[in-house]
Design a protein around this ligand. Structure first.
Ligand SMILES: Nc1ncnc2c1ncn2[C@@H]1O[C@H](COP(=O)(O)OP(=O)(O)OP(=O)(O)O)[C@@H](O)[C@H]1O
Length: 241
């Protein structure tokens, strides 16, 4: 099986989402280019996860339209592995094929995330970072054109988080699927994304390209300027930055 895939764009038109009287997002238009890496940031409760779940099709209870590829994969903050299934089986869960084919495909996906030797172990024997990598392998196996990630590094320690960020970046460079990443971490957003979309007050309050060479150098003043601009937009005061 080849893990090469193409990228797909996402188009939202007039997207509105309410929970009872709570209007979370109203009349949002957003186009995401095929193959781009977009970070969605915003304060807690601004609707990042809600928007991502709608794009994923997990939540279809909204008004407006969302056009996207059917070849979509979703990664959560927790890896969501089944404890009673071996790692390889978790990678290919619910996918068609013979056991031999699925095992081989799972191993291929696991090799991509640096876990080739872990196919036959139980998830509980893996570290948190390794479990997240299994969940990335599961996403890769689905050959997504669009990868949606909701705070995938949020529960990891700082060092593991840096490694996981680098892995996601490498996978994106290798496969060039479209990525939409929800994160609280502005530095993470600037390090990984081509574009940062800030959600606040029911809509998009800032939409900026990250026009910095890769790999991103966090010490550059342009990195710092962008970080400050996004943080100010998030309501952080200048003396807190
Ligand atoms: N199932 C639900 N029922 C009712 N309200 C909900 C539900 N899910 C989310 N909300 C509300 O929608 C709003 C947006 O929530 P959402 O989880 O999308 O925010 P977020 O930006 O992802 O926040 P966080 O950064 O804390 O994860 C919040 O006001 C939240 O209370």
């Amino acid at each position: 099986m080849s893990l090469t895939q193409t990228a797909a764009p996402v188009h939202l038109r007039g997207y509105t989402k309410t929970f009872g009287d709570n209007v979370v997002l109203q009349d949002v238009d957003l186009s995401i280019e095929a193959g781009s890496f977009v970070a969605l940031v915003g304060k807690s409760g601004s609707g990042k996860s809600t928007l991502l779940r709608s794009i994923a099709g997990i939540d279809r209870d909204y008004t407006g339209t969302i056009d996207r590829s059917e070849k979509v994969a979703f990664g959560f903050q927790d890896a969501r592995l089944l404890p009673w299934s071996k790692v390889w089986h978790n990678v290919v869960l619910g996918q068609p094929g013979s056991t031999a084919e699925l095992r081989a495909a799972a191993k291929e996906a696991l090799a991509e995330v640096g876990l080739e030797g872990k196919a036959d172990v139980w998830p509980s024997t893996l570290s948190g970072g390794q479990q997240q990598r299994v969940s990335l392998a599961r996403a890769l196996h689905r050959q997504p054109e669009l990868l949606l990630l909701d705070e995938p590094f949020g529960a990891l320690d700082a060092l593991t988080r840096l490694h996981a960020q680098a892995l996601v970046h490498d996978l994106w460079v290798r496969h060039r699927f479209t990525v939409v990443l929800v994160t609280h971490d502005v530095e993470e957003a600037i390090t990984l994304a081509d574009r940062i979309v800030v959600l606040s007050s029911g809509g998009v309050s800032l939409d900026v390209p990250v026009d910095l060479a890769r790999p991103r150098d966090r010490r550059l003043s342009r990195f710092e300027d962008l970080r400050e601009r996004v943080l100010l937009q998030l309501g952080v005061s200048r003396n807190e930055i």
